[in-house]
Design a protein around this ligand. Structure first.
Ligand code: C2E
Ligand code: MG
Ligand code: MG
Ligand code: MG
Length: 282
């Protein structure tokens, strides 16, 4: 905020504003260091089959192990990474780290569960994302069907031509494509079908309404019918209560994800969760 001061027309910066700029510059430097020194850790949240409750996939969720502030969540650094373009380098770290983890799990004899990776729009626009995935898979010796990519509707809208050519190339390789936060953006049905999506991840704002709100259930049922008609599966995000599981099963929702099923876990704990669910008779 620029203030005009008094009779001489002097201008000066509000110290609070100046402080905010310095703080942001500081955060930018720290984020660059985090990328250089790879201070990121990945947590994994299970996605389960709605009927058997077995794990069908894991979503990789990035955290920043900040040297002084402790563990930071995406909301605290992904927006800055996107604004500055650092998301491109950060995203490369994430893809490499996921592939390394899949290889390590495989060496340990763990069950081959696919991992889903979040990708934001700038990663599509500024790098050859399809080449990035191909290289990382090859470097770690991972088959493409062990990896899934999640992108939001706004990513597709921003540059449909470019996005669709990358998506087709990735899908042709065998990488599954998922629409994240479905229902919060503006994608058209024809676009979803043309872009070879395998699954809609219905946003948690829709899941929240289930079990209490009839309109919410009608809406969810319509999304599921539409997705199935277009050959896509559906996962409900943000499942927090047992009544929601009941409703979603009745509506033939394919898969479930959310705190009620399991919170995001570190690489070791998520394998224990997978084993526990394999052993359970549901
Ligand atoms: P998202 O992809 O929609 O991921 C789901 C978010 O919802 C995660 O938050 C997860 O911890 C949280 N969640 C899971 N179950 C529940 C539930 O039952 N209730 C509620 N209220 N929340 C639940 P998180 O880990 O804080 O990630 C936030 C967002 O940050 C992600 O949303 C994704 O858009 C972004 N993100 C995470 N990792 C990456 C990454 O590696 N790259 C990029 N570009 N974005 C990432
Ligand atoms: Mg996601
Ligand atoms: Mg989501
Ligand atoms: Mg999201």
């Amino acid at each position: 905020e620029v203030k005009t001061h008094g009779k001489n027309g002097y201008q000066f910066f509000d110290p609070a504003f100046y402080g905010a700029i310095r703080q942001r510059q500081q955060r930018e430097r720290e984020l660059q260091a985090a990328i250089d020194e790879n201070q990121f850790v990945l947590h994994y949240q299970v996605r389960v089959c709605a009927t058997t409750q077995r794990v069908v996939s894991l979503e990789a969720l990035v955290r920043w192990n900040h040297p002084t502030a402790g563990l930071l969540y995406p909301d605290e650094f992904i927006p800055l990474a996107e604004e500055t373009g650092m998301i491109v380098a950060l995203g490369e770290r994430v893809v490499d780290c996921v592939c390394a983890q899949i290889a390590a799990w495989s060496d340990d004899g763990c069950a081959p569960v696919p991992v889903s990776i979040n990708v934001s729009s700038r990663q599509f626009n500024e790098r050859d994302i399809h080449a990035l995935f191909t290289r990382a898979l090859a470097r770690h010796g991972i088959p493409p069907d062990r990896v899934e990519v999640e992108l939001t509707e706004s990513t597709m809208i921003r540059d449909p031509e470019r996005t669709s050519s990358h998506l087709h190339a990735m899908h042709a390789l065998g990488i599954r494509l998922l629409v994240d936060d479905f229902g919060t953006g503006y994608s058209s049905l024809s676009m979803l079908q043309q872009l070879d999506f395998d699954m809609l991840k219905v946003d948690k704002s829709f899941t929240r309404r289930l079990g209490t709100d009839c309109q919410g259930e009608v809406l969810f049922a319509a999304i599921i019918t539409m997705a199935h008609a277009l050959g896509m599966k559906v996962v409900a995000e943000g499942v927090e209560r047992p009544e929601q599981v009941e409703v979603l099963r009745r509506l033939h929702c394919d898969e479930l994800q959310g705190y009620y099923i399991a919170t995001p876990l570190d690489a070791k704990d998520v394998q224990a969760e997978i084993r526990r669910r394999r052993a359970a008779i549901v």
